[in-house]
Design a protein around this ligand. Structure first.
Ligand code: SF4
Length: 731
């Protein structure tokens, strides 16, 4: 595939310009570069690397072809996003010069790096002088390498001294992480190798459409099915993954917890609970046993929409093997009660004796490319590197020593991601923000409100590859290198650390995120402690994480380059890493896993006469997260050019809308204008909108900012909505 083809300015980009105009700050579109002008040193030899997108981090090879780079698949194959990922390297739409806005309401114009960094640093200094260190916020991303995530956290706490840092992984993994922490005492997405699911006698997959979001995983599930294993999929939609299942439980959105409690009730009734395991390895069982005692099948059927025979069949399948695996993902987790929902499935896994045994267990399917490593090394509001906690005096002392500062100079925990965005420009909230590797104008809940908060900032600095919908609002835009243009490590969904090697130089005018942090720190009078060489940052990360839960001390670039497969914790050089956790003990103080009693929640936003439908959001195969990258790749926009609203023909008939008709979808937060897509694979009470698009197609104009009380995860997967024909809506 040639990557030199012209990349179109999509309708979404146009919508972003329009949105910016609404807030009154016009922007000058940078001149597109021709691919031939872009790069001074093209790829000359094949380089083994990993896909830049999801947490599967598929291996692949970048190979020179004509004047550009192309992708060859690694052993596991690639999805369309991976195949086309090199296209953005030479895209004329990528940023190749810093941009600075002339005055608050002026235009963005091209600038030199010194000027752009000077303006950014001056904005941060001014905000700090007005209202103290917390007047500057930092917002990171789950796609940043371990080195960037680590240095961003250090930059916030050491160079800015702010507590106001969080990242978009809060919108992705936080409920699973919090659930795992309170049950196992440790959060690692999969505590066992991914390949285990291919050997499982039964897989219960809750809220994941792997066939479209991580297609290479399906080969493990195919192997599992061919060996006689059962696959149970819990999803409100009969997705391609659900269609491949032995049993599809087409649950009503937001009722997964009730379903899990109902399955546990039946496991008890049918005598499948492993009392010996519970006695030997857990605490808290009596409370959970009591909590599920009211989860009668008839009641669960009423709540979830899953029939009693199907509930019984699911329990029979899970209990028929000693190699059962329970996996949760965003469908179960992205709710205002996501942590309790994760706990309900963890309870089921513990009651069946699955966790901490080879070949079985509970795991979570991490989404973003470095969603795992990105949450371990300090860009979370409450966290220091190595999964240390900011409110732990010993953790503060350890990290402060590595950073060469007094522990008392470390700030306290700050606001979570949405709370931080919600506070921007408000009294007591940040008036300046550094944003790196994220596009919250598209990906945050209640996005119209978030857009307004960003517009209220005195100084917004965005480091990105492209002029995203958030970057277009910035006062300073810093063009940064892409995955193939710099060294760095990521940690995949099974806790394995991977080394991505620099394959080619970034275009002239582009610098790395590490250079950005070093340049800003220098201008903020912190001239040392911010190396821009990735290996030097990683070596410091190793020291900072040493002795922590996510211990990387024994992992080095040399070991990774030599092909060693290292899963953390890996506490010393020569340690083989830990592919399987919890075989002897859990990471709790007493070594036992904690049952946590949870009850089905009240709906945070019940349907009513005005908003009678259940809206859920999600992904399509061709796009990744906010679409900032994938909406600029022709082959992907050709495959999925626009958003849509999926609804059942019965509902369409009731609403008198036709397939392909443009409708208005609205909620209590806002509206989106979308084409209908009729399918009998969705529940008639539920509508689905993918969230990769911006402007009037933006799903997150609709979503709710109700937050989980523990994880602060927004309720992306459920809110009340209505659909109107556009003619009626206009009238
Ligand atoms: Fe990339 Fe994920 Fe697709 Fe693999 S499954 S090619 S890591 S996007």
């Amino acid at each position: 595939m040639s990557t030199s083809s012209h990349v179109r300015n999509t309708g979404d980009t146009v919508a972003a310009w329009a949105a910016r105009t609404v807030v009154g700050v016009p922007t000058l579109l940078p001149t597109p570069r021709s691919p031939d002008d872009l790069r001074t040193s093209p790829l000359t030899q094949a380089v083994a690397t990993h896909c830049p997108y999801c947490a599967l981090q598929c291996s692949m090879t970048l190979t020179p072809s004509a004047s550009t780079a192309v992708v060859e698949a690694g052993v596991g194959g690639l999805c369309s996003k991976g195949w086309s990922s090199a296209a953005l390297l030479d895209s004329p739409r990528r940023l190749t010069s810093p941009l600075v806005r002339d005055g608050r309401h002026g235009r963005l114009r091209e600038a030199g790096w010194d000027e752009a960094l000077d303006v950014a640093a001056a904005g941060f200094r001014w905000a700090r002088q007005q209202a103290g260190p917390d007047a500057v916020g930092v917002f990171g991303g789950g796609g940043l390498t371990n080195e960037k995530a680590y240095l961003l956290g250090k930059f916030a706490r050491v160079a800015l001294r702010t507590s106001q840092i969080d990242y978009n992984g809060r919108f992705c993994m936080s409920s699973a992480a919090a659930g795992a922490m309170r049950t196992f005492g440790l959060d690692r997405g999969l505590p066992f190798p991914l390949a285990d699911i291919g050997d499982a006698g039964c897989v219960l997959l809750v809220g994941s459409n792997l066939a479209e979001t991580m297609p290479p995983v399906m080969q493990h599930l195919s192997r599992q099915r061919e060996s006689g294993g059962a696959l149970i999929v819990v999803d409100p939609r009969r997705t391609p993954t659900a269609a491949a299942a032995t049993l599809h439980l087409q649950v009503q959105p937001g009722t997964d917890l009730a379903l899990a409690n109902g399955l546990l009730f039946l496991a008890l009734e049918l005598g499948h609970v492993d009392e010996d395991y519970i006695e030997a390895r857990t605490t808290g069982w009596p409370d959970v046993r009591r909590a599920v005692s009211a989860s009668w099948p008839a009641q669960v059927e009423l709540t979830t929409g899953v029939s009693e025979p199907d509930l019984r069949e699911a329990v029979r399948m899970l209990a028929a093997t000693d190699r059962a695996v329970i996996l949760t993902a965003r469908g179960a987790e992205q709710h205002a009660h996501g942590v309790d929902t994760v706990s309900s499935f963890l309870n089921l896994a513990l009651a069946l004796g699955l966790a901490g045994r080879p070949g079985s267990g509970w795991g979570c399917l991490t989404g973003q490319g470095n969603g795992q490593g990105g949450r371990e090394h300090g860009q979370k509001a409450d966290q220091l590197p190595g999964y240390r906690k900011l409110d732990d005096p010993a953790a503060r002392a350890h990290v402060a020593a590595v950073w060469g500062i007094d522990p008392t100079d470390l700030p306290a925990p700050g606001r979570s991601a949405y709370e931080l965005l919600d506070a921007l420009g408000e009294d007591g909230g940040p008036s300046a923000l550094l944003l790196m590797g994220s596009n919250p104008v598209v990906s945050a809940p209640r996005a119209r409100h978030v857009q307004a908060r960003l517009a209220a900032l005195d100084c917004l600095v965005v480091a990105d590859v492209v002029l995203s919908e958030t970057a277009v609002m910035a006062d300073v835009v810093l063009p940064v290198a892409q995955w193939a243009e710099e060294d760095g490590t990521t940690t995949d969904l099974q806790g394995r650390v991977l080394l991505r090697r620099r394959a080619l130089d970034p275009p002239a005018g582009v610098r790395t995120d590490l250079h950005v942090l070093a340049g800003l720190a220098n201008r903020l009078d912190v001239p040392t402690g911010f190396p821009s060489e990735p290996e030097a940052v990683f070596d410091e990360l190793r020291r900072a994480s040493a002795g922590g839960a996510a211990d990387y001390a024994g992992i080095s670039y040399d070991r990774l380059a030599a092909g060693e497969k290292l899963h953390w914790p890996c506490p010393y050089e020569g340690h083989p890493g830990t592919p399987r956790l919890f075989l002897d003990r859990f990471a709790t103080p007493n070594g036992r896993a904690n049952f946590v009693a949870v009850h089905p929640p009240e709906q945070v936003e019940p349907v009513d006469a005005e908003f009678p439908l259940l809206l859920t959001t999600g992904r399509v195969a061709a796009h990744y997260q906010s679409g900032a990258q994938t909406r600029r790749i022709d082959v992907l926009t050709d495959a999925a050019p626009t958003a849509f609203v999926e609804l059942h023909p019965f509902l369409a008939e009731r609403l008198e809308v036709a397939d392909g008709e443009r409708v208005r979808v609205s909620t209590r937060r806002g509206e989106a204008f979308l084409r209908t897509r009729l399918t009998d694979t969705i529940r008639p009470d539920t509508v689905f909108v993918p969230f990769h698009w911006a402007g009037r197609q933006r799903a997150n104009s609709l979503t709710s900012d109700a937050l989980d009380p523990v994880s602060k995860m927004p309720s992306f997967k459920l809110c009340a909505a209505r659909i109107d024909r556009v003619a009626e809506a206009v009238r």
